[in-house]
Design a protein. Structure first.
Length: 120
């Protein structure tokens, strides 16, 4: 049953990641990977909210592991950062790392505390 729950979430998260990434990136004329940044930040918000809400195990499997796991992408974040460095866009590479980590942690904390406050 666990595999089914994770698969259900991933079936939504994976295509949504691709479509969101393409939609966001085509609107920016920049080498900065705005699409990946957007999906990763969104995943942090969702995971923080569902963790703060302390959902039941099936929902955590569908939304946390399946949906957020397929929506977010650490490998693409890493690849795009290396690609920026190879293109000598060192400022963008550094900003991608710093801003992604700080914004991701901040989004997770914000969503977690907000969900806990709303449900208390």
């Amino acid at each position: 049953m666990t595999l089914l729950f994770v698969t259900l979430g991933a079936m939504i998260g994976a295509p949504l990641r691709y479509l969101t990434d393409r939609a966001v990136q085509t609107r920016h004329d920049s080498v900065f990977p705005w699409g990946t940044f957007t999906v990763n930040l969104t995943g942090c918000l969702v995971l923080g909210a569902i963790s703060g809400a302390a959902l039941s195990t099936p929902w955590m499997l569908v939304l946390g592991t399946g949906f957020c796991g397929a929506l977010t992408t650490y490998s693409t974040f890493s690849y795009e950062t290396i690609r920026l460095a190879e293109q000598r866009a060192y400022l963008y590479a550094g900003l991608n790392i710093v801003v992604s980590v700080i914004a991701g942690l901040g989004a997770t904390l914000l969503a977690y505390t907000t969900a806990q406050a709303l449900l208390a």
